[in-house]
Design a protein around this ligand. Sequence first.
Ligand code: CP3
Length: 339
Amino acid sequence: MNRILLETINKKNTSRPPVWFMRQAGRILPSYRELKQKHHFYYMMKDKDLATEVTLLPINDLKVDAAILFSDILVIPDAMGLKLDFTSNGPKFSNALKTTGNNIIKYDSSKLNYVYDNIKTIKNKNNDIPLIGFCGGPLTTFLFMFRAKENNKSFKDAIKFFYSNRKESIKILEQITEASIDYAKNQVLSGIEVFQLFETYCGAIPHKLYEELILPFSKKILNTVKEMNCPNIFFPKDYSLGLKSINSDICDFVSIDWHMSLNNARYLVDDSVGIQGNMDPRILYYDLDKIEKYLQSCVEFGSNNYDWIFNLGHGFIPDIDYKKAQFVVEWIKKTNWNR
Ligand code: CP3
């Protein structure tokens, strides 16, 4: 097995940083686009053979050091009865949470069995590369659960509900956390090697409020996999100076968004926690010379920090040229990182 990601997470010294990309399965790959012309995204995610194929496409096409399960963070609210629909304009729930309150939620764990079958199929097909499982952070999941219309992209209603119905909000967050724990546990039992928690909308509330009210839930989900010997990565996007509250009681690695420099992130985050990130995905709009300059600017950090996973500061943008992502991976692999 390509062990560079696991060795880095386990704080072993390697000759270069491992590399994978958020949203590498889907989005930018021509091979994915071809499949998408024939099948709906939701169908591909549920179908064992297609989900396996798409999960493994970036291994062939980009030569990254890890695969991430082809699925979505919104399968949890779907299993909680919200009825997920992926329209061409984005996801929505026909049974979205009501801002009038008194929401009744029932999690049906069996609705996620297909994910566990997919993980087993992927591991059977290719055991040469570590597989990353994931779920959404509690706040991000909560915010999406109010989305009844695909064109309603702001979380205004959900945030208003969070401020005005605090008690019910916390109850819903508890239910999301319980479902996520069950989901994460079953992913580990099915064979994932690493788990990432995507708290993409961490920055929707002040970081102090996140730390007090939501972080204990995120920690519970992350600790669940950790107790099962599966290392974890936490992606609290836009957490900014809140990163100061991240330590190894919470996660093994923290994924940094593109707002902050790697050195500032390293300064803020406790030494016991490794760093993942954080190339601004828009750098991939540059030409290759400028991309190479950016990569060169990372070498000093990479030579001093063994506990670093190269990744983006947020997922690929759909219109990025995948050849530039290939270039990044090749460059990382051939460069002398002065280690
Ligand atoms: O990293 C990977 O490629 C693995 C698969 C993955 C998907 N979504 C597939 C997907 C992962 C890890 C996600 C996470 C996800 N989903 C997040 C958190 C990370 C992030 O980038 O912010 C969020 C907020 C979602 C919710 C979601 N799913 C939205 C808002 C949309 C529509 C717009 C879009 O493309 O992001 C989706 C659909 C979705 N999830 C697609 C894919 C490949 C696009 C479907 C298509 O091809 O039409």
